[in-house]
Design a protein around this ligand. Structure first.
Ligand code: FAD
Length: 457
């Protein structure tokens, strides 16, 4: 069976490797470098930068641990960016190595569908190649949305793509949108000394997450001196005498050296040839069924181009489901337990339903909550801000969880498993958790659902 994948992001490259491992003859077409948004301008470079700002924050707090650091502690921005680039390049090589090892053929160029079994590839040297396949997987990803009121020029008014390649630390920055990308960049630049103002339309950062979680993060932002303007909308924006000026609906205006627009992303489907084939779209996204198949038999779509959360792990999972179905298995995608992580300090990690969502769905629920400050390990490592909140339905099944605090993104997996498998608070809370660890907090929060928490404070 011949499989062709267009797009080498975490959706496409994982699908290609999976298909090759299942015995298919696989070609992956990629117009840029493999790894897509995630590896080149998304998950990995941002986390590489955040590791530097986290370290810097830690060094500044060394005194609290009895460690005196003499002299000035200073960030070398060029070295930080260089480190980030090295990590990205190494991981790109890693994917190419896997392609070689697992037998995925990589064709560099822009792919366009000719019919349901043919793709025309336009290569950089001007040549063309036709790739034939029995099944095709579309995985062309997304690009940032920049509403027309923002005079985007890639220098003064930028998106996350350019924010990852700045040459110097900006003195001041307006960040439009307090979602995941806005919060992560905001804290990174603030730690390096930039005066950061985040403008958010909703009444909290991370508008779709639990309000108590957002409050905790906002408290940290306040301590960091990040200026946060919630319930504020930018009405107009201009570049004046080297500054970006944002005029708010409230009548106020904000000025900065740079504006980062991080208000969301949209599927990238340009010149893909989908219209010619009659592939169905809804609100700019490709429509797929639970098998990740489009309305055209044998053509699948995955990742940021379909109507599911814009997350790398979702794209990869959808890629694996698409491949299994393309190769004759019968698998459905299940979106019940998708981890949603924010790599700020403190970290935020959520899965399943928030309280608001449970209320909107009319689900009766109980809450268990545990503060990190009640844990010996949290006190020992000096990171005790935040909490773990677990939601259970009336049968005790875990239906959602939100964590804000140290290592939240790594801690979430146990609760993700609980939501995924429909386990009860008793089943998971009964498990012996090692002491002293932060994971004991999960056990305590689970116990708290039935008022059985030992260390509640
Ligand atoms: P992409 O990763 O966008 O890959 C699509 C690929 O297709 C690209 O390489 C593109 O060049 C190629 N392509 C497009 N059209 C064609 C064509 N016609 N021919 C050939 N090639 C083509 N997600 C997380 O889960 N965790 C995070 O921490 C996280 N952080 C992020 C931080 C930032 C700043 C951003 C912008 C995103 C972040 N994301 C994160 C989201 C994540 O990057 C995306 O959800 C994920 O990359 C989507 O994967 P994909 O395979 O659908 O598409």
């Amino acid at each position: 069976m011949k499989i062709a994948v267009i797009g080498g992001g975490p959706g496409g490259y994982v699908a290609a490797i999976k298909a090759a491992m299942m015995g298919a003859d696989v070609t992956l077409i990629e117009k840029n470098k493999v790894g897509g948004t995630c590896l080149n301008v998304g998950c990995i470079p941002t986390k590489a930068l955040l590791a530097c700002s986290e370290l810097l924050m830690g060094i500044k707090e060394a005194k609290n641990y009895g460690i005196n650091i003499d002299g000035e502690v200073k960030a070398d921005f060029a070295a930080i960016m260089d480190r980030k680039d090295k990590i990205v390049n190494q991981l790109i090589k890693g994917i190419e190595f896997l392609f070689d090892k697992k037998g995925v053929k990589l064709v560099n160029g822009l792919g366009r569908l000719l019919d349901k079994n043919k793709i025309e590839v336009f290569k950089e040297d001007g040549s063309k190649e036709i790739i034939e396949a029995d099944k095709i997987i579309l995985a062309t990803g997304s690009v940032p949305i920049v509403p027309p009121i923002f005079p985007y020029d890639g220098e003064k008014v930028i998106t996350s793509d350019e924010a990852l390649n700045l040459c110097e630390i900006p003195k001041s920055m307006i960040i439009v949108g307090g979602g995941v990308i806005g919060c992560e960049f905001g804290q990174f630049f603030r730690t390096l000394g930039t005066e950061v103002t985040i403008v958010e339309m909703a009444d909290q950062v991370l508008p779709f997450e639990d309000k108590d979680v957002a409050k905790q993060l906002q408290r940290a932002f306040k301590k960091d001196k990040i200026k946060l303007l919630t319930r504020n909308k930018i009405q107009s924006c201009e570049i004046k005498e080297g500054k970006v000026v944002a005029n708010l609906e409230s009548g106020k205006s904000v000025e900065a050296d740079i504006m980062l627009v991080s208000v969301g992303r949209k599927p990238y489907l340009e010149n893909l040839g989908i219209e010619k084939l009659g592939i169905k779209l809804e609100r700019g996204k490709i429509v797929v069924n639970e098998k990740m198949e489009t309305n055209i038999e044998g053509i699948y779509a995955i990742g940021d181009i379909v109507d599911s959360p814009f997350l790398a792990h979702v794209a990869s999972k959808e890629g694996m489901i698409a491949v299994e179905n393309a190769l004759g298995k019968d698998k459905n995608i299940n979106y019940t337990a998708i981890p949603r992580c924010v790599y700020t300090e403190p970290e935020v990690a959520c899965v399943g339903l928030t309280e608001k969502q449970a209320q909107e769905k009319g689900i009766e629920y109980k809450v268990g909550q545990f503060e990190f400050r009640g844990l010996g390990k949290a006190q020992a490592i000096g990171k005790f801000q935040g909490f773990i909140k677990v939601l259970a339905d009336k049968e005790g099944k875990v239906i959602g969880a939100s964590i804000v605090g140290p290592h939240a993104t790594d801690l979430l997996s146990e609760l993700t498993l609980a939501v995924h498998l429909g386990l009860t608070v008793e089943q998971v809370g009964d498990v012996i958790h090692p002491h002293p660890t932060l994971s004991e907090g999960l056990m305590e929060a689970l116990h708290d659902v039935d008022d059985k928490c030992i260390h509640s404070i």
